[in-house]
Design a binder for this molecule. Structure first.
Ligand SMILES: NC(=O)c1ccc[n+]([C@@H]2O[C@H](COP(=O)([O-])OP(=O)(O)OC[C@H]3O[C@@H](n4cnc5c(N)ncnc54)[C@H](OP(=O)(O)O)[C@@H]3O)[C@@H](O)[C@H]2O)c1
Length: 306
């Protein structure tokens, strides 16, 4: 199969495009002929060596959408020819390829009305946004939430979900992305380049931070007493608040099929529409990583594999 892979850690230039052996479906697994996969920030962190992988060649990538081309022993609920989508299990990479083997239990059927490209764009972003907004922050109708980094993939899903719940949504974005985040439903937009968000925003019930670093730490300032904040760009632990009257949370992002099915439901109900997408070929993986690593673009970068 063709794949984009690395044989050592480093910058985007270490990404190669070439032939690797086809994966086999082990017990409980299916092989998926990948039609589309998307770039997540984790992919370039993997490429840089931040995730302690030790085996090369290493194929990055976590989201997949495609067609089942082999079924391992014991798999009963997924069949040859099913169109499916999903996210590799935590710790597994490998979707920047024409084929990937994954546990059958973590794939969901993809309806025909959802394209492979959109499914690959919505998978990990959707799992992450739902985990943060619904399961972790438990956002309620009438609450106010600040979503940091509104033009990104996860935040774009989160804005739409928070509006669906009935919350008031404030988000941060650079001026070029204001029309985009308004279109997703944001009620108020802070141009973080022109204004300090801690001066512009106050009294929030919740914060969802997708930016990390200093932005994450400073986000506690906008919470009302008793407020809660969820962080996905600060590593495995939420940053520690410097005030005692708020809660810092780190969403666990599971891969269960029922969560993928909920993405489909939200999409089919018109609650969530796919993000803006920039398409690449797998042979252009280095270019896609350069843009993702710049952290200034809209929506998702997706590889159309076949
Ligand atoms: N399982 C997990 O825990 C999990 C899953 C998915 C993602 N993540 C993490 O979540 C983070 C977000 O990922 P993502 O793919 O949604 O987006 P991303 O690629 O990290 O972010 C892109 C967006 O961030 C915005 N941005 C950059 N700096 C900003 C700032 N200072 N203030 C406000 N917005 C800013 C950019 O918009 P502008 O051009 O307008 O600045 C751009 O649209 C990443 O760190 C990723 O690793 C974690």
């Amino acid at each position: 199969m063709k794949a984009a892979f690395i044989e050592r850690f480093g910058g985007p230039e270490v990404l190669q495009y070439g032939d690797l052996p086809d994966p086999l479906a082990g017990p409980g697994e299916v092989v998926i002929d990948v039609a589309a996969t998307s770039v997540n920030a984790a992919d370039w962190k993997v490429r840089l060596g931040e995730y302690k992988h030790t085996k090369f060649p290493l194929v990055p990538g976590r989201d997949f959408s495609g067609t089942v081309s082999a079924v391992g022993e014991g798999v009963k609920d997924i069949a040859l020819g099913d169109t499916v989508f999903g996210v590799c299990e935590a710790g597994q990479e490998g979707t920047y390829a024409e084929k990937v083997a994954v546990k059958a239990g973590i794939v969901a059927k993809k309806p025909s009305g959802l394209s492979h490209v959109n499914a690959a764009a919505l998978a990990l972003t959707g799992l992450t946004a739902m985990s943060a907004i619904e399961d972790t922050l438990k956002l309620q109708r009438g609450e106010t939430i600040l979503i940091q980094g509104g033009a990104g993939g996860v935040a774009g899903f989160a804005i739409q979900l928070a509006k669906h719940i009935g919350a008031r949504v404030i988000t941060t974005a650079s001026a070029a992305n204001h029309a985009y985040v308004k279109g997703l439903g944001a009620d108020e937009i802070v141009d973080y380049n022109a204004q300090d968000f801690t001066q512009a925003v106050a009294n929030c019930d919740a914060v969802f931070d997708t930016v990390g670093g200093d932005v994450a730490q400073r986000s506690f300032a906008v919470l009302k007493p008793g407020g809660r904040a969820a962080f996905i760009a600060s590593g495995a632990q939420a940053p520690k608040p410097q005030r005692a009257d708020v809660t810092a949370l780190r969403p666990p992002v599971g891969r269960a099929r029922r969560h993928l099915e909920r993405i489909v439901e939200l999409y089919q109900a018109g609650v969530v529409r796919p993000p803006e997408i920039k398409l690449y070929r797998l042979s252009e993986a280095a270019d896609a990583h350069r843009l993702s690593e710049s952290r200034h673009f809209r929506g998702k970068l997706v590889f159309q594999v076949r």
